[in-house]
Design a protein around this ligand. Structure first.
Ligand code: GAL
Length: 664
């Protein structure tokens, strides 16, 4: 069944209202809600005194209207009676100050007391609802993240390091603690990277980010074990925050879960408007975590904001974003939130209903989508994305570059996003994969700024290219080893032979400096080869590669900037600069032609085409992200699923309109 619904907080509203909510939900085609992920105070008002009566009744009201339930464990926001028991329960932030009560995500994720409290509430919930017929799945906690720097975390970090390095000699060597006389002679001397002035030892910095990520994986595992034992038939998930979030290694966090769900907010308070490519990247990154379809557990349904509000979605955008999620692999859509809260931090975070609870414009739009999905949901459910292109997402590289970006304007996610956007603009389906992924099935692999590289990762790329693959690498790749030390080799270090090139010299390009490039990619007209060097300039010395781009100005005028190696069985393009989006577009254009990558369909600018496959039947999603009507060519007569009409020749999409074409 295609699940469609909302995040519902019955504890915020009088019980007399619940039947009306359920009636309106059923009318909108809802068959699922998420409940309880912030309701600890209501479920355990005092330590050891549980009250699930209200939740039973809420589930009953919903079930009577054919609505099933995903239950959230409430550990993201513990009640005051719990947190006031010990100061040590509170997180210590990086400035060394302990949080106090008043928001959420304030708990220390290594605190043994908190482990105990979490175990109790989750066990109670799981025992009560483990075989409840209306409960179809569990969500653990809510949006893990937030690093803690307390003394418990410090001791736990020291143990984590002991397991990773075995001896202090190994750790001291890996981190290079001879620098500034940081040699540790006892594990207990090792600090956590609170703000001490400036950059900590990079080895310590990267390891602390890894440790915090592992901390949440471990914290999640306790709840997983309880739920698995007591609710063997209900699948378990956790709601992640897409590509935007960079505090945890999401590949690790997703591995033990049954399925991935994520929270998709195309326009937050700081966004002027939605960026369709960025949203698409969020979906693809989440599909990539387990290489399987996902749910959207919080799909934006109104303007967001805590202190200040962001843009209100325009008429048609909620529907458009819903279909965009489905187009990228969502098998369920749950909107955040059913009704806008009158109280609390999120008074301005708008849901489907406004504060007054009467149906309005957004309700009607969601209801219309509900009616459409009631017809076509089964057609799209479980359809697969088949990508010929992969992008390698390295959390080690991302973490390392958070600590030391090398250039103050350099951002790993921005570079990654810009290359992704060049693919998205061409309607090319992309899988987001970890550096260890088997790449053999892809025609083209992009691994921008693969900064931290171990031998196994380098070997994986080498094998891929040796098998005939086409690979893109860029400046700032192969720079660091797994301990975040700079390699003792010419760059790009372990990747140099794959690229057939060595970096002879490099320099940062300060501020807005943009150096023109003379690009000579084989088989492409000069007029199609735009782009400038920005932020960084490698001067390349080819070994087996040929030069296909040179700096055309400034200090390195005439020197090689881009190389192509075909001596390894495949092709490796090395771009020795970070560059601008025009450069990324040129490079991607050449790569997709060279690797013979297929696009879903040609479309005008602002119209996205994405495909999913059910066996050998193609579903082509056409999505107009602009406020004007757009016309798209449909090559063969086919069926438009939402209207059920035959289409052929041309198809007109209304502003923010959508079509799902089967068989074109
Ligand atoms: C999510 C969170 C929700 C709600 C929403 C809007 O990040 O999971 O609980 O806070 O954002 O702020």
């Amino acid at each position: 069944m295609f699940y469609f619904g909302a995040d519902y907080y019955p504890e915020h509203w009088p019980e007399e209202r619940w039947p009306e909510d359920a009636r309106l939900m059923a009318e909108a085609g809802f068959n699922v809600v998420r409940l309880a992920e912030f309701a600890w105070s209501k479920m355990e008002p005092e330590e050891g005194r549980y009250d699930f009566g209200w939740l039973d009744r809420a589930i009953d009201v919903l079930s009577d209207h054919g609505i099933r339930v995903v239950l959230g464990t409430p550990t993201a926001s513990p009640p005051p009676w719990l947190m006031t028991r010990s100061e040590g329960l509170f997180i210590v932030r990086q400035d060394g100050r302990r949080a106090t009560y008043g928001n959420r995500r304030e708990y220390c994720p290594n605190n043994p007391l908190y482990y105990g409290d979490s175990r109790h509430i989750v066990t109670e919930m799981a025992s009560r609802y483990g075989d409840h017929p209306a409960v179809i799945a569990w969500q653990i906690d809510n949006e893990f993240g937030a690093s803690c720097y307390c003394s418990i975390c410090r001791a736990s970090f020291q143990n984590w390091l002991r397991e990773r390095y075995g001896t202090l000699d190994v750790l001291n060597a890996a981190w290079g603690t001879a620098f500034w006389s940081h040699v540790y002679t006892h594990w207990s001397q090792i600090p956590v990277p609170v703000i001490t002035g400036r950059t900590p030892n990079p080895g310590l910095d990267l390891d602390y980010r890894r440790f915090m990520s592992d901390t949440y994986v471990r914290y999640q595992q306790q709840q997983l074990d309880i739920l698995r034992a007591l609710c063997p038939d209900q699948p378990i998930t956790h709601n992640l925050m897409g590509f935007r979030y960079d505090g945890l290694n999401y590949f690790d966090l997703a591995r033990p879960l049954d399925f991935v769900v994520w929270d998709n907010y195309p326009v937050l308070w700081f966004d002027a408007e939605a960026d369709p490519a960025a949203v698409a990247l969020g979906h693809d990154a989440m599909r990539g975590l387990k290489q399987q379809n996902f749910w959207v557990m919080e799909q934006q349904s109104g303007a967001g904001g805590w202190e200040a509000m962001g843009p209100m979605p325009c008429p048609g955008q909620l529907r458009l974003w819903t279909y965009q999620a489905i187009a990228h692999g969502a098998d369920a859509i749950v909107y955040f939130r059913w009704r806008t809260a009158r109280y609390g931090t999120e008074q301005y975070w708008h849901g489907i209903l406004d504060h007054h609870g009467q149906p309005g414009r957004r309700y009607e739009e969601v209801k219309a989508v509900g009616a459409e999905l009631a017809r076509i949901g089964d057609e799209v459910l479980a359809a697969q994305s088949h990508s010929q292109v992969a992008m390698v997402l390295s959390y080690d590289s991302r973490f390392s570059l958070q600590g030391q970006p090398g250039h103050s304007d350099f951002s790993y996610p921005a570079l990654f996003g810009s290359y992704y956007e060049a693919l998205h603009r061409r309607n090319i389906s992309v899988d987001i994969v970890p550096p260890s992924a088997d790449l053999g099935a892809y025609r083209l692999v992009l691994a921008p700024a693969l900064h931290v590289v171990g031998q196994a990762e380098a070997d994986n790329l080498r094998t891929y290219v040796a098998g005939g693959g086409t690979l893109l690498l860029t400046a700032r790749s192969g720079v660091k080893d797994e301990a975040n030390a700079i390699v003792n080799m010419r760059l790009p270090g372990l990747l140099a032979d794959i690229c057939g090139v060595e970096v002879a010299d490099y320099a940062l390009l300060p501020g807005d400096t943009a150096v023109p490039l003379r690009i000579e990619l084989p088989g492409t007209a000069e007029s199609e080869q735009g782009g400038e060097a920005q932020l960084w300039s490698d001067v390349l010395a080819p070994t087996t590669a040929q030069t296909v781009g040179r700096y055309a100005g400034e200090t390195y005028a005439g020197e090689p900037a881009i190389t192509l190696n075909t001596a390894n069985g495949g092709r490796t393009l090395y771009v020795g600069t970070i560059g601008d989006s025009a450069l990324h577009d040129t490079v991607v254009g050449w790569l997709v032609d060279a690797a013979d990558v297929r696009a879903s369909a040609p479309t005008p600018a602002g119209v996205e085409a994405t495909e999913r496959w059910k066996d050998d039947r193609r579903l082509l999603f056409l999505m107009n992200h602009t406020a004007e009507a757009q016309t798209v060519k449909v090559p063969r007569p086919a069926t438009e699923l939402i209207t059920g009409e035959q289409v052929g020749g041309e198809l007109t999409l209304a502003p923010y309109g959508v079509a799902v074409v089967r068989g074109a």
